[in-house]
Design a protein around this ligand. Structure first.
Ligand code: HEM
Ligand code: HEM
Ligand code: SF4
Ligand code: SF4
Length: 364
């Protein structure tokens, strides 16, 4: 491995052949095949396939689990890993085709399954959430596990026009960067009042925090007031940016009526340019069995699965057919929260319709 990397360093080019299609029986993804283009020089890495292994939510491990994984990989692979792939998976980096099934058998024996690759639901991932964070507005770990189990079929067997990713963040700080790296970004939020502990605010002030310049003046919606003694938040104007809570974690925390905002469409530049996700549902309760979420996801997949072009991400599909048409087909009402500002051009489509009493018209 080091030999070929040194060669690549000298020649400034990669030494892997294009593509590679390998896997395990029953699944259409999870393994990324790779072959060296200089196998005679480095026979040990002539095959160098990668296995993606579905990590536990938020990457919590026992040493027992990690030792088990290491033992398996020592027996069947290069011993090199990536902890973790950007989507979240444990990456077993480098093995040969005949080792794939035995590795897979040992992994499943131990309770680990492969993650996703190809035109599938990719491995869902989440922030540390309520396991270690006071700001989590829903149980990101539970939802991540639930989505993973609920959609195992979609995860292992390619059935989509292209890849689809979920990421779960417990609050708008978005510690898994879901808004940039997931086709469906699920970001925790609240819809009542920010909880204020006034004594703790005064304590911050006493210890030298300049509340006016560090908090009030930085509030993007200018909805806070501080008279030196009492903090006032006009919650109806707050856009839940997290700034004040981030600055004074001992005094402020998200409200009690919590849930999440669903945003759709993020992707990297290819083909039509990079996208961040945009608001689809401003607020939805996030409690098991997550029926409302799954119903919406199923509608989106049915539509995009049927009409999405080959290798067209859902974000590009929405751009192509227009958000209005997309919403109509998944039966979601358009609302102001879905746009940053109204359109600036007048090229507006109207649906044709006929007056009831218009004799020329038809109802067909
Ligand atoms: C007093 C003289 C003129 C008046 C009042 C006038 C008025 C207009 C108006 C009202 C429009 C439609 C704009 C829109 O729909 O947004 C227009 C478009 C246009 N006019 Fe004129 N016009 C005048 C002279 C000219 C001349 C001298 C030319 C060319 C040499 C010209 C070329 C055009 C073109 C090419 C467009 C289409 C622009 C586009 O692509 O949207 N016009 N004009
Ligand atoms: C080889 C020469 C030309 C080429 C390749 C060309 C190409 C184009 C293209 C691609 C558009 C946009 C059409 C659209 O958005 O659907 C356009 C629009 C336009 N061109 Fe040309 N053009 C040429 C010559 C000219 C000349 C000589 C004039 C005027 C004297 C002209 C005036 C316009 C106008 C006014 C529009 C706007 C039409 C509208 O928006 O309705 N073009 N042209
Ligand atoms: S996204 Fe919010 S809830 Fe999740 S770990 Fe970050 S700060 Fe905590
Ligand atoms: S969360 Fe952001 S918008 Fe809301 S009050 Fe705090 S600083 Fe202002």
């Amino acid at each position: 491995m080091l030999g070929v990397l040194e060669l690549s360093y000298r020649e400034k080019i990669g030494h892997w052949k294009h593509g590679g299609i390998v896997g395990v029986f029953g699944y259409g993804g999870g393994v990324i095949g790779r072959y060296s283009d200089v196998p005679e020089k480095f026979p040990d890495i002539a095959h160098f396939h990668t296995l993606r292994i579905n990590m536990p939510a938020s990457w919590f491990y026992t040493t027992e689990a990690l030792r088990g994984l290491c033992d398996i990989w020592e027996r069947h692979g290069s011993g090199l890993t990536n902890m973790h792939g950007s989507t979240g998976d444990i990456i077993f980096l480098g093995t040969s085709t005949p080792e794939l099934e035995p590795t897979f058998a040992e992994l499943t024996n131990m309770g680990f399954d492969l993650g996703g690759s190809g035109s599938v639901l990719r491995t869902p991932s989440c922030c540390v959430g309520p396991a270690r964070c006071e700001w989590a507005c829903y149980d990101t770990l539970k939802l991540t596990y639930d989505i993973t189990m609920h959609y195992q079929d979609e995860l292992h067997r390619p059935m989509f026009p292209y890849k689809f990713k979920f990421k779960m963040a417990g609050c708008p700080n978005d510690c898994v960067a879901s808004i940039a790296r997931a086709d469906l970004s699920i970001i925790g939020t609240w819809r009542d009042k920010i909880q204020i502990n006034h004594d703790a605010v005064r304590e911050y002030a006493k210890k030298g925090k300049d509340i006016q310049s560090d908090v009030i003046n930085n509030c993007p919606s200018k909805c806070m007031k501080w008279d030196g003694k009492t903090l006032h938040i006009e919650d109806s104007e707050c856009n839940h940016c997290m700034h004040c809570i981030n600055v004074m974690p001992k005094a402020l925390r998200p409200g009690k009526d919590r849930g999440a905002c669903l945003l759709i469409g993020a992707k990297a530049p290819i083909m039509e340019g990079a996208l961040l996700s945009s608001v689809l549902v401003p607020f939805i309760k996030m409690e098991p069995p997550y029926t409302e979420l799954y119903e919406l996801v199923d509608k989106i997949w049915e539509l995009w699965g049927e009409e999405g072009k080959n290798r067209e991400r859902v974000g590009e599909y929405i751009q192509r057919i227009g958000l209005g048409n997309f919403l109509e087909m998944i039966e979601v009402e358009p609302i102001p929260e879905m746009v940053a500002h109204p359109r600036e051009n007048p090229y507006i489509f109207f649906e044709e319709y006929f007056e009831d009493d218009d004799e020329e018209g038809t109802d067909e």
